[in-house]
Design a protein around this ligand. Sequence first.
Ligand SMILES: NC(=O)c1ccc[n+]([C@@H]2O[C@H](COP(=O)([O-])OP(=O)(O)OC[C@H]3O[C@@H](n4cnc5c(N)ncnc54)[C@H](O)[C@@H]3O)[C@@H](O)[C@H]2O)c1
Length: 308
Amino acid sequence: MLVLVTGAAGFIGSHLVDRLLADGHRVVGVDDLSSGSNTRPDVELWRMDVADPALAARVQTLAPEVVCHLAAQVSVRVSVGDPLGDARTNVLGTANVLEAARLGGSRKVVFTSSCAVYGVPDALPVPADAELRPASPYAASKVTGEVYARMYRALHGLDFTTLTLANVYGPRQTPEGEAGVISIFTDALLAGRPTKVFGDGKQTRDYVYVHDVVDAFARATGPDGGGRRFNVGTGLQTTDRELHSLVAGAAGAPDEPEFAPARLGDLPAMAVDPGSAREELGWAPKIELRQGLAETVAWARERLSGPN
Ligand SMILES: NC(=O)c1ccc[n+]([C@@H]2O[C@H](COP(=O)([O-])OP(=O)(O)OC[C@H]3O[C@@H](n4cnc5c(N)ncnc54)[C@H](O)[C@@H]3O)[C@@H](O)[C@H]2O)c1
């Protein structure tokens, strides 16, 4: 089938493009290259803003069966400093992509959300039907994007599935992303630079490997899971201090982080329950953190020692 991938040059989007091609699909990408740089010469890429009104006419002509929408302003911190800029890309951009998919006669949009939408939940791991408590413009923009997708399904019959991602990590990640801490630790430890853990090191996150994440997208492009939200995470919590030890172990570097004051607004703990994704999409994470970190560190080592 023909799949349009927005954010195709980004960390997760580029792995999704690789996976869809490996599965035998045709792929066209959309990306303004504002942060992503992972392009492939064999994949057509439209270099444009997802909020550009010209997108609709191009998608109408292309008529992709499925649109995987990953392009976004991805930083919670940036969204707090520039909420309108965040909303322009994440809310207007999503509305634009949905309208384009409708005009293109697409069957489904796979929408990318974030576990940030759950804020501080009542219990962990948080189930996919938990109350949404966005605590940043970024989280609010992801909630709003899903509201639009749901509305398009009801109004126009354009199907959608929302994937609510935990902290994704793996090769090609840059330090700016939501799970950037792994690439920050990795780059610093490989270069012999000091590392910092904020607060007491007991803050937790749910780390899910990027190949597992794109497997969830590949499954969500099918007919299953229409009109639903699924968590894409492991359900497991890893503290910042444990994470540092694991990355240091994989990098063969000393496990001696400095401690800095906690950062305002950082959520204390997060893990998402992937149970409904298992039931409806047959998806489960396969790569354990230790193995995923070994692959991530190996990739970073090669990149750091390469000609670029
Ligand atoms: N990395 C994570 O841990 C994580 C967690 C939860 C959700 N997400 C979501 O996953 C998606 C992909 O994130 P990522 O980690 O790969 O980040 P990324 O920054 O690597 O990828 C985003 C891509 O979108 C592009 N982009 C940004 N603004 C654009 C615009 N206005 N028009 C067109 N393209 C634009 C960027 O150039 C980039 O290639 C995002 O929707 C993000 O919110 C990521």
